[in-house]
Design a protein around this ligand. Sequence first.
Ligand SMILES: [Zn+2]
Length: 169
Amino acid sequence: MRCPYCKEDKDKVIDSRSSEGGRIIRRRRHCLACDRRFTTYEKIGENVKLNVIKKDGVRVPYDRAKVVGGLQKACYKRAVSAEKIQEIADRIEEDIFKQFDKEVSSQFIGHSAMRYLKSVDKVAYIRFASVYREFTDAGDLIDEVRKAILEPDDPELPDLFSKPLDNNQ
Ligand SMILES: [Zn+2]
């Protein structure tokens, strides 16, 4: 990204956040040429062309609707509100844009989704994991279920997910 002060194109991303349901990415940048800082706002699909690398190596444009669709399937008939699903999608996008600029593996997205689902709803987590990880036998699945039940929640997760789910219909 071209620096607004010195016009050089040498910068390092310091921080990324998504807003407006993940449509806008705000990036704090540090110009390595003049040492000043500036902020850019990028819209997915416009300036931001993010590709997802699938397991077979095929690259497809990132599509938030697919992420939300996967979460909805996992949360079907569970006490997880539509709003909460959007929040999880926001968090996943924040994880993505913190680390990746142009390409992200579908595996990374899957891991991020599992991490959040685990703290929100264990059943949804297991459902998602069973599709995503393609357990080869029942033993693997049982191991995962046991782990999900016994493991303490991830202490590093943001407060958002430790709040009670009281906003459900
Ligand atoms: Zn500069």
